[in-house]
Write a protein that binds this ligand. Structure first.
Ligand SMILES: CSC[C@H]1O[C@H](OP(=O)(O)O)[C@H](O)[C@@H]1O
Ligand code: ADE
Length: 290
């Protein structure tokens, strides 16, 4: 199978990477079913990368319908070690303005309906998740964005991403509550992805593209899909440049990541007691520990 060390998951408004060369579309099946869409392998800055449109290229999947396990497992099957997520988010802070970028370092889970583990069916594992983002990958992303000196936008290093269930946007009371918790941005997708990437020992970090002020701001209209997509179209080019520069730096100097050994002390069940079918299903995740 084709291979790529760097994966990119594009969210709302980012359904393809324009700069990819020598593109190959790969239909991948996984023990968790098919991913959101075909994976697009291509060369960016001289390096093979794998791109996936999180909601499908025609945006046909709700956040609650996303096949998170298949998406991460497919990346693992391609040999991905670093996964960059690009996501639209609403701002929960006055100073974080639409068109700004944030590289969050924390998450708060407000989802109710997501499968966010590969484990179960006879094998128990508890990954450490106190630091849910790979700090070295996050640093590569922030340094890459900063180096571009993009005009008229502020880049925030760190911040808390609230992951809500959706698909309806928040109520004002919810939005005010998240603000009172000190959270920075809100979206509907990144937390299950980050958990599963960690279980799959893939370094994960998010480039969050601020598209709106959610619904709490007295001087701004409440978020609408139109607002999100319009603002993403405005800074989609910058987002792609930022990802391209991140890939260049990652390929030149791939950083170590604690995520790459996340399962070392996480698996509780003795592996010889794990049912064969489960061992086979999770083969790629377990192989180095068997
Ligand atoms: C289209 S607005 C809401 C939608 O946008 C964000 O998607 P993604 O994280 O994939 O960029 C948000 O999480 C919602 O899924
Ligand atoms: N305000 C918001 N809430 C949830 N997801 C979003 N994606 C973009 N803006 C959002």
């Amino acid at each position: 199978m084709a291979q790529a060390k760097i994966g990119i998951i594009g969210g709302s408004g980012l359904y393809k990477m324009d700069a990819l060369k020598d593109v190959e579309e790969v239909q991948i099946d996984t023990p968790f079913g098919p991913p959101s869409d075909a994976l697009i392998l291509g060369t960016l800055e001289g390096t093979r990368v794998a791109f996936l449109a999180r909601h499908g290229r025609n945006h046909t999947l709700l956040p609650s319908e996303l096949p998170f396990r298949a998406n991460i497992y497919a990346m693992k099957q391609l040999g991905v070690e670093y996964l960059i997520s690009a996501s639209a988010v609403g701002s929960l802070k006055e100073e974080v303005k639409p068109l700004d970028m944030v590289v969050p370092d924390q998450f708060i889970d407000r989802t109710r309906n997501r499968v966010s583990t590969f484990f179960g069916e006879g094998i128990v594992a508890h990954i450490a998740f106190g630091d849910p983002v790979c700090k070295n990958l996050a640093a590569v992303i922030t340094d890459a964005v900063a180096s571009l000196k993009l005009p008229d936008l502020t880049l925030y290093r760190g911040g808390t991403y609230v992951c809500m269930e959706g698909p309806a946007f928040s109520t004002k009371a919810e939005s005010r509550l998240y603000r009172s918790w000190g959270a920075t941005v809100i979206g509907m997708t990144n937390l299950p992805e980050a958990k599963l990437a960690r279980e799959a020992e893939i370094a994960y970090a998010t480039l969050a593209l601020v598209t709106d002020y959610d619904c709490w701001h007295p001087a701004h209209d409440s978020v609408t899909v139109e607002m999100v997509i319009a603002n993403l179209q405005r800074n989609g080019v910058n987002a792609q440049k930022a990802i391209q520069e991140t890939v260049r730096r990652l390929a030149e100097n791939p950083p170590p990541s604690e995520a790459h050994s996340a399962l070392k002390y996480a698996i509780v069940t003795p592996l010889d007691k794990v049912p064969t079918a489960t061992k086979e299903k999770l083969g790629l995740l377990l192989q180095k520990y068997l």
